[in-house]
Ligand binder design. Structure first.
Ligand SMILES: CC(C)(COP(=O)(O)OP(=O)(O)OC[C@H]1O[C@@H](n2cnc3c(N)ncnc32)[C@H](O)[C@@H]1OP(=O)(O)O)[C@@H](O)C(=O)NCCC(=O)NCCS
Length: 181
């Protein structure tokens, strides 16, 4: 079969995928990932299980995307990332497809927006755009030009202002996206 055909499929991440997802994250971002502002927002918090997606090809993990719950000025939002694709498999559309699948699932949930820190030319392909300077503040130093957002509902980004904070550690997000006690 030709290599250019999309032989991979996107499916929800399953519990058994975690070791491969974590290995891909380590290979893609290295130990520096723990120092990133985004990591501080994830520390001790579970990703939103029903939004996590993996790309599989012949039983092999090719890519992964996860989303984390965050709070911005008292509102619930999502943080996209990490997004990673196996080095040898990049440029096949896997990253975009992973994000599209996760974003589509997020539209069914209660959130009004998704935030991320990344390159606008790439994430613009799935609808992200730069936020106004100072609109939100991430913990730690972040290049403002890399703070991007996507509205999931009309006005979902317009009224999002303030500090981006971790979801409460004692408040895991269950499969339907709702916070539980
Ligand atoms: C970023 C990443 C996920 C892209 O995955 P991918 O499967 O190669 O992406 P796609 O195939 O869907 O898209 C590739 C296209 O996006 C472009 N692109 C990739 N990264 C880009 C970037 N940072 N800025 C602008 N364009 C970018 C490619 O040039 C390519 O363009 P083309 O379609 O015109 O050839 C992958 O390179 C990766 O895992 N990188 C290391 C981890 C990382 O940096 N993750 C993102 C930060 S959380």
């Amino acid at each position: 079969m030709s290599k250019s055909l999309p032989d991979w499929e996107i499916r929800p991440e399953a519990p058994g995928d975690a070791p491969a997802v974590e290995a891909l994250g380590a290979a893609s971002f290295g130990p520096g990932r723990f120092a990133k502002a985004a990591y501080r927002l994830r520390e001790g918090v579970y990703p939103v299980e029903r939004l996590s997606r993996v790309a599989m090809e012949n039983g092999v993990l090719r890519g992964s995307v996860r989303f984390w719950p965050v709070r911005v000025g008292g509102k619930e939002s999502l943080l996209l990332g990490p997004l990673a694709v196996e080095t040898a498999q990049r440029g096949r559309g896997i990253g975009i497809s992973l994000m599209q699948a996760g974003i589509e699932a997020a539209r069914q949930g209660p959130w009004g927006s998704i935030l991320l820190v990344g390159d606008a030319p790439y994430y613009g392909r799935v609808g992200f755009s730069r936020l106004a300077p100072g609109q939100v503040q991430f913990p730690g130093p972040v290049d403002e030009k890399r703070i991007l957002g996507l509205s999931l509902k009309p006005g979902g980004l317009a009224d999002l202002t303030g500090a981006v904070r971790r979801a409460q550690i004692d408040e895991p997000v269950c499969a339907d996206g709702a916070g539980v006690g």
